[in-house]
Ligand binder design. Structure first.
Ligand code: ATP
Ligand code: MG
Length: 379
């Protein structure tokens, strides 16, 4: 007997995603399909490099020691240049180096350096699905945006300071579907997932032009502003219509049905050009609770979806939403816009940093922290 497929109106709030569909949202899985419409990107697969176990051991260790030989040579890097110490060096002014762990990832250093060269000297890093956004504070601010890396050491420092990147290394979390956000699994399980560094050409992003788009059952239902500030220039009807038209065309012409492995439920992030008449893909995410629904809620997206698909007998054309529904922060008093706390505040500081910051100005603290990091590389 044939199994009846659910009608549109019976679709649950969240689709059930298979591990294969979630894998299809990895950058390495979609990059070749969308290469013309995404910033240039290098993928470093730790299995191919042959240093996956050593990398995970370093990442899991409690210390903040940075792998040897990872600083830019000879140009400047964000991480202060320090003298390298050979294990067992008998240098008279260091006395604790015999006990300090020494991490050595020469092939990975080389692969990152090659990627930096290929991407004009600076990259935006991700590990599997996640960028270390919660660790952005660790690198000194430059005229570029956060997470601007110019050396393997910059990258290591970010990865080591981030909680977010570990989510993409845990198979239970990585493949969770729907509403579940499981506890982290035991460390050995992490060895089973591929580990990929995604090194994207660095783009100086204007956050007002970043949007997240929601696709349910192969219908583009919603678009949300990604940044949480109010922007006057996003308010006019004309601008909003243009944003919807541009994203709808991009999706219909270049995304829909182009990468069947990800299925019919996903979200994609775009970056619009200054004229708002073209856009690049920044990322693709699974359609599930752990993907931030930003100015929508998932039940709201579900209701937009069901109303848009309802038969004419059940809804007046006036009540039927016009898709995609665009949400931007529409006043400076919007609850999302008035959040005083910095984004990812809860993830910001490892305990040792909080301790180190006591009684210091931000500048003194930054110097002290960089000093400690530099010492971490030699001790
Ligand atoms: N190539 C890039 N250059 C500079 N900044 C970037 C680049 N790609 C992304 N960003 C910035 O970093 C933010 C996060 O990027 P991205 O979506 O790739 O990370 P993510 O970890 O997948 O985020 P999320 O958890 O929200 O899905 C973007 O909103 C954008 O502001
Ligand atoms: Mg993402």
């Amino acid at each position: 007997m044939p199994i009846p497929t659910p009608t549109m109106a019976e679709q649950p709030i969240f689709p059930t995603l298979t591990p294969a569909q979630i894998d299809a949202t990895r950058t390495s899985a979609w990059l070749s399909t969308f290469e013309e419409i995404t910033p240039k990107t290098s993928i470093v697969d730790l299995d191919n490099v042959g240093e996956k176990d050593a990398f995970l051991e370093w990442l899991d260790a409690d210390s903040i020691f940075i792998p040897r030989d990872s600083q830019t040579q000879p140009g400047p890097s964000h991480v202060p240049r320090v003298e390298e110490v050979e294990p067992g060096d008998d240098d008279s002014d260091t006395d604790s180096d015999s006990e300090a762990p020494v991490y050595h990832l020469p092939k990975l250093n080389e692969a990152i350096r090659q990627a930096l060269k290929d991407r004009n000297g600076s990259v935006f890093p991700k590990l599997n699905w996640s960028a270390p956004k919660d660790a952005a504070f660790i690198l000194p601010q430059t005229s570029h945006g956060p997470l601007h890396c110019t050396s393997p050491a910059d990258l290591y420092l970010l990865l080591k300071s981030s909680d977010f990147v570990s989510h993409g290394l845990d198979p239970v979390r990585a493949y969770a579907s729907g509403e579940s956000i499981p506890e982290e699994s035991a460390e050995p399980e992490r060895r089973s997932l591929p580990v990929e560094l995604v090194l994207k050409e660095y783009v100086d992003v204007n956050p007002s032009r970043e949007m997240r788009c929601f696709v349910r059952n192969n219908v583009l239902i919603g678009i949300s502003q990604r940044d949480s500030n109010f922007y006057d220039h996003l308010q006019s009807e004309e601008t909003r219509a243009r944003i919807c038209d541009t994203i709808r065309s991009l999706w219909e012409d270049e995304i829909r049905d182009q990468h069947p492995a990800m299925g019919v439920d996903y979200t994609f992030d775009v970056y619009l050009n200054p004229k708002l008449d073209d856009a690049l893909i920044i990322d693709i995410n699974p359609y599930r609770l752990s993907t931030d629904s930003l100015l929508f809620s998932y039940p709201e997206l579900h209701s937009i979806f069901t109303q848009s698909q309802a038969p004419v007998s059940e809804i007046t054309e006036q009540d039927r939403p016009r898709l995609p529904v665009l949400k931007v922060i529409d006043s400076a008093a919007h609850p999302e816009a008035s959040r005083a706390a910095p984004a990812y505040g809860g993830n910001m500081m490892p305990l040792e940093m909080i301790e180190m910051s006591q009684g210091r100005s931000m500048e003194e603290f930054r110097d002290a922290w960089q000093d400690a990091v530099a010492r971490g590389m030699t001790e």
